[in-house]
Write a protein that binds this ligand. Structure first.
Ligand SMILES: [Zn+2]
Length: 159
């Protein structure tokens, strides 16, 4: 899934009390991996738009992707934070939800999501999120959930 969709899903589902944190946690798994790599490519003047070929992606990017896309790690850290501050943990749920969206919508050919990493490298060989059968329902879902959250916030301000 693209990073904007992930952010908006996080905001829409988990952004009631801490909207910016939910937006951030929705994007975080891709920011720390693809985002860091894209930033380095921009700084070194090697950036080109579009999906980079696997051959030019460094090993640390795969490692950070696997760490940030582990349902085990995300669940563990969210549970720990839940014990400290529930409103932060609710916003953090955008992180495991990001992973749940990536599991069925990544293929074995480009960053399959190893949900049990580092205990296992198992992944589900899904349908690429860029396929129209996934892309259009995703956009519809993002629009619905974002509209819902914005309406909730507006209603909260007028009450
Ligand atoms: Zn992702």
């Amino acid at each position: 899934m693209d990073i904007i969709s992930h952010s908006l899903w996080g905001y829409g589902l988990f952004g009631r009390t801490r909207p910016w944190l939910a937006l951030g946690f929705g994007a975080m798994p891709d920011l720390v991996s693809f985002g860091a790599f894209a930033l380095i490519r921009v700084v070194t003047n090697n950036y080109s738009p579009g999906k980079p070929p696997l051959e030019i992606i460094p090993g640390w990017c795969f490692f950070l992707y696997d760490l940030s896309h582990s349902l085990l790690i995300a669940s563990l850290l969210t549970t720990l934070v839940w014990r400290w501050k529930k409103s932060v943990a609710v916003a953090m749920l955008a992180w495991p939800f990001h992973i749940l969206l990536d599991i069925p919508f990544h293929t074995r050919y480009y960053f399959p999501t190893k949900l049990f990493y580092p205990l296992s490298n198992w992944f589900f060989d899904g349908i690429a999120w860029s396929q129209p059968v996934v892309w259009f329902p995703n956009i519809a879902g993002v629009l619905l959930i974002t509209t819902y959250r914005l309406c909730q916030r507006r209603r909260g301000k007028t009450e």
